[in-house]
Design a binder for this molecule. Structure first.
Ligand code: ATR
Length: 284
């Protein structure tokens, strides 16, 4: 029940109609009996600064930030965590008595999703397909964990920008390849331990980012696309008997769980959060 003491959290982005975060967080708050509520806040690009002032003015406790504000919002915050600063994007804000602190829980959410399947990143050869927001967070986390990273992207320049950012922020070398360079991509995959699709290919479509014959049973395959839960890439990975298959729901849930813990100081009910997301996705 919302009353005069309810602490407000929410998500800021545009569009928000597809977001599953309100259902996930409200279910988690009520499971733990916390007097919190989570709302969608649709914010146009030109209103971002005013919206951030609103977080302070309304004494909102926590905010998730999504497309298109993850990068630009940083300059309006009082503090940003180390990984957020390095990646250059935040997806979570906590309001501590009027001081706004930003975090990037995508990166750690990615790591947790793999850990749940007992996949360690250290020393592994990892191919990340995509150099957008998700690809950047994943590449930085992998580089931090001392993995050997290859970024593959449709637009090579974007991968090269990520490569130079990782070099300047972490002092680490990563390789880049154009997605169109299929021979090299196939070669690289022969020696890779993990392959992650961090592009939007496969979202609400029967399409895979790479040809099925590139997949091998020694590979761990992860998709950040969560709708459908089993993307074409993951179906093909099953057929290729890939070692482990991790869907996009896990990263969504884990990044949400980390945000929840930052706002409430309580351990997130991860199993319930996953259940809610799966239920919502099945209902669609
Ligand atoms: P997100 O925040 O989800 O990562 P984004 O920043 O828009 O979203 O990035 C989308 C990623 O998917 C990019 O790597 C993009 O490739 P480009 O940098 O070349 O645009 C990739 N992507 C989107 N549609 C694609 C397609 N049809 N084929 C290959 N890559 C695609």
């Amino acid at each position: 029940m919302i009353d005069g003491k309810t602490k407000i959290c929410g998500i800021m982005g545009n569009p928000l109609g597809h977001s599953l975060s309100p259902q996930m967080h409200n279910a988690a708050f009520s499971k733990l009996g916390l007097n919190f509520a989570y709302l969608p806040f649709q914010v146009e690009k030109e209103n971002l600064e005013k919206a951030v002032e609103g977080i302070k003015a309304f004494q909102i406790r926590g905010i998730n930030v999504t497309v298109p504000h993850k990068v630009r919002i940083m300059k309006f915050l009082d503090e940003v965590d180390e990984i957020g600063l390095k990646i250059g994007a935040v997806n979570t804000i906590v309001n501590e008595k009027g001081a706004l602190k930003g975090f990037n829980t995508d990166a750690r959410g990615f790591k947790k999703a793999l850990e749940k399947e007992d996949v360690k990143l250290e020393g592994k050869k990892i191919m990340v397909l995509g150099a957008g927001g998700a690809g950047r967070a994943i590449a930085f986390q992998c580089a931090l964990e001392k993995s050997k990273v290859t970024i593959v992207n449709r637009t090579l320049e974007k991968a090269e920008k990520l490569q130079s950012d990782v070099k300047s922020k972490l002092g680490k070398e990563i390789e880049v390849l154009a997605l169109s360079n299929e021979d090299r991509v196939k070669e690289k995959l022969k020696e890779a331990d993990v392959m992650i699709n961090a592009t939007s290919v496969g979202m609400k479509e029967e399409k895979s980012i790479i040809p099925r014959e590139f997949l091998r049973s020694e590979l761990v395959i992860m998709d950040v696309v969560y709708n459908p839960v089993e993307t074409k890439l993951l179906t093909e990975a099953k057929k290729a008997k890939c070692k482990k298959i991790i869907n996009g729901v896990e990263m969504l849930v884990q990044q949400g769980a980390l945000s929840f813990e930052i706002w409430t100081g309580k351990k997130a009910p991860v199993d319930l959060m996953r259940e809610i997301i799966m239920r919502e996705l099945k209902g669609k």
